[in-house]
Design a protein around this ligand. Sequence first.
Ligand code: HAM
Length: 420
Amino acid sequence: MSTFQAPKGTYDLTPPRSAMFLAVREAISAPLRDSGYGYIETPGFENVELFARGVGESTDIVTKEMYTLTTKGGDQLALRPEGTASVLRAALEANLHKAGNLPVKLWYSGSYYRYERPQAGRYRHFSQVGAEAIGTEDPALDAELIILADQAYRSLGLRQFRILLNSLGDKECRPVYRETLQTFLRDLDLDEETRRRIEINPLRVLDDKRADVQKQLTDAPKLRDYLCDACQAYHEEVRALLTAAGVAFEDDEKLVRGLDYYTRTTFEFVHDGLGSQSAVGGGGRYDGLSEMIGGPELPSVGWALGVDRTVLALEAEGVELDLPATTSVYAVPLGEEARRVLFGVVTELRRAGIAADFAFGGRGLKGAMKSANRSGARYTLVAGERDLAEGVVQLKDMESGEQSAVPLAEAAAELAKRLG
Ligand code: HAM
């Protein structure tokens, strides 16, 4: 192993590509911030129990993918594999749901950890921006979240994504369907592990990617035919609101999510340029989660969008984000005295809100001008001994190539004027 190697399944974000990640986080969170969602931050780890109860003992996430550890004090912790259980736990702990202001709308951004087999688009450390609307059952809330995610992706210039939509029913109708499905599945020719899955989480079997399994599932009972009237009406309303908002979606009755807490509305954003890890985001309603972790009844809905995969999707579509140049002015001093003077000008520019950088390390003119070019700065300030003796600095417009002498005392004001 090389000393300079990030752990398997992880990678570092370094400039310039890291700027895309910041821009994606900003673009996803902007519509949320404009829609009444407040920022929440929770620890990177929680008691294992929270995820076991919340995400579900039958999920791959809990049984195979959690990074768990025992502290010196004997606490059983897990690095968070997802955000929903933590956010709900934190909202309950802070009694946000009792402030008489439901739904509690929260957004978050952070790192998540899953011990998965690494491949393109699937990492052991990844980044999500998420939103949760806690404590209200209203199809408009489900629609709001899907519309905001759609808006976020569109604002980034992403086009080749699709929205898959399904309803998983509720605690009235899903158990009936579950049993009917189990009876059907038990008669099929399946391997041992899949047989076990039938007993623990039969809906996941529908999600099996293998052709020989899919072939046997053509006549499987469909959840859609078992939805109770309330779930049916709720789902129709979500669909109608999305349609009215001009948000296209595909009904996908096979959409089963990898977490156990979902009820009713579930959805996924998939991108066709990403190969097998095509889900850029996903979410849904989780009306029973609060009770599953020991809280009161709080019907809720949310999503999380994967930042890593969103960046990959942008790259797959060849979208160039309109990232502003980070530096507007680059100062190149020639000599000791100029170094002191120009460093002062740079400090003054920065205090005036102008992005400025400086040729550190006393390099020659040629090397420093190369750095100025690379910085993307619109203007460079160059000063040598003769300039200082005359009380001026050379101001060069890097776009037009024009250069003129400007009185030192006016340099900052002149730049502020030119940069608008
Ligand atoms: P999830 O579908 O497990 O949902 O994850 C959401 C998104 O995180 C995925 O669509 C994907 O873009 C990204 N993601 C997941 N695992 C990885 C990985 N190993 N590498 C790279 N990206 C990954 C949740 O996490 C739910 N908490 C969403 C939610 C919020 N449901 C309700 N509220």
